[in-house]
Design a protein around this ligand. Structure first.
Ligand code: C2E
Ligand code: MG
Ligand code: MG
Length: 399
């Protein structure tokens, strides 16, 4: 067995039909202490390939055998290498190829457009985080995921609790509302996030129970905040199975009454994918919810497949731009275009537009300039327990 120690050099292979570009990348990699090889003959790929390659730099457009075809070959070989894609074409082509590669299970760490700048290449090669495969195996066998049985227990033992992430109005910095995000206070494993809970609940057929739990705890928490002098809106994420029950609007309205809340204090977030799964029932339920003045928000906008006609048919009050676009808006022209168009579209359809995933000042300033209405992201605050929200808001207002 080959034991890759730290002392061993990382192996890199470049395939580019322009020999001088291949040589340039090879030389930069060599200076960075890689064991680098370049070829301008894509038909030589199989001869040069080995399982212990760490990085493959691949030109997408080559006359005899293009990079997309090679990506398929690399995927079939089960390669674990970090892949860098290069192209002389626009970034759109690189984005599509990157998606295609990810869908085939490949690990694309970055893309470069020709002409390649020395500093961009150096930054990219320097930023690759290599995971020792043996160590990874050890970690994955150690960190086993919780079981369905543990999730059942979590419901019984009240271990599930929504955290709340504040949203702020760009115009005057006031609190626009909070989003409920599920967390699990696991007795042995500590605090677990939605990325673990949601897939497990889906697999165990417990999503309905989870939504009911989050809704009830959220209603309760909102009424506690009212008692503490904070009247705010709470947004809850809905799952596809929630739209199987035509009584949902009445159940929500009853709870709003029970907890003494205003209907405008509740927002339900749905994703485009959620809608597609139960379209007719969703339309019925969402229309009746809107008639009861409950707010509706379309979450992760831009990642699903809803047509403009569907958007117009459903009475949404709010649109949330997916964080993948927001996070890249200051550095990526295409992401910026999507953010700009989404804001225009949302406003034209009479919706408030929320940008989620704001992580820094520059993104905050950009979104302010673009006329976005509401901000959500780590730059403002991370999700926190319900008992901390009033304090958080008071401190912010005072400072
Ligand atoms: P989402 O509804 O789009 O929620 C936003 C997610 O982005 C949350 O992750 C939030 O913590 C995270 N986030 C917010 N700002 C930032 C930021 O600036 N940087 C980064 N890196 N992340 C940020 P979380 O809590 O892990 O939830 C993930 C997804 O799981 C949610 O995406 C939602 O689709 C789902 N989810 C969470 N709670 C529930 C729930 O109670 N019910 C249902 N059905 N789905 C839920
Ligand atoms: Mg959401
Ligand atoms: Mg989202």
């Amino acid at each position: 067995m080959i034991d890759k120690t730290k002392a061993q050099k990382r192996k890199l292979l470049v395939i580019d039909d322009e020999p001088e570009i291949g040589a340039f990348i090879r030389d930069v990699a060599y200076e960075m202490d890689y064991d680098a090889v370049a070829t301008h003959r894509p038909d030589h790929f199989e001869q040069l390939y080995s399982d212990n390659l760490d990085v493959i730099v691949l030109d997408l457009v080559m006359p005899e055998r293009d990079g997309v075809e090679l990506l398929r070959v690399i995927a079939n070989l089960g390669s674990n290498a970090s892949i860098i894609l290069i192209s002389g074409y626009d970034k759109g082509v690189l984005h599509s190829a990157q998606k295609l590669a990810s869908e085939q299970g490949l690990h694309v760490v970055g893309t470069l457009t020709k002409p390649i700048r020395y500093s961009d290449l150096e930054d990219l090669l320097g930023s690759i985080v290599f995971t020792d495969k043996d160590a990874l195996l050890e970690i994955s066998s150690f960190v086993e995921l919780p079981t369905e049985e543990e999730l059942h227990n979590a419901f019984r033992n009240d271990e599930l609790e929504p955290f709340f992430q504040p949203k702020i109005n760009f115009s005057n910095n006031s609190l626009a509302g909070v989003e409920a995000l599920i967390r699990w206070n696991h007795p042995e494993r500590g605090l677990l996030g939605a990325d673990i809970i949601i897939p497990l609940a889906e697999a165990a057929g417990l999503m309905d129970m989870l939504s009911t739990e989050v809704l009830q705890q959220s209603f309760k928490r909102t009424s506690q905040w009212l008692n503490e002098g904070l009247k705010t809106n709470i947004a809850i994420n809905m799952a596809p199975c929630n739209f199987k029950d035509l009584n949902l609007p009445e159940w929500i309205a009853d709870n709003i009454n029970k907890y003494g809340l205003g209907t405008d204090q509740i927002t339900l977030e749905v994703t485009e994918t959620t809608l597609m799964q139960e379209l007719i029932k969703s339309l019925d339920i969402l229309t009746r919810l809107r008639m009861k003045k409950v707010k509706l928000s379309i979450d992760d906008f831009g990642t699903g497949y809803s047509s403009l006609v569907q958007l117009h048919r459903i009475p949404f009050s709010e649109m949330k731009i997916d964080q993948s676009f927001v996070m890249r808006a200051t550095t990526d022209k295409e992401a910026l275009a999507i953010v700009k168009m989404t804001i225009l579209l949302g406003h034209e359809l009479g919706m408030a537009v929320v940008a989620e995933g704001i992580e820094d000042q520059a993104t905050w300033e950009l979104l302010t300039k673009l006329g976005c209405d509401i901000a959500q992201g780590y730059f403002i605050a991370k999700p926190m327990p319900g008992c901390d929200i009033v304090d958080w808001d008071n401190k912010r207002v005072r400072s």
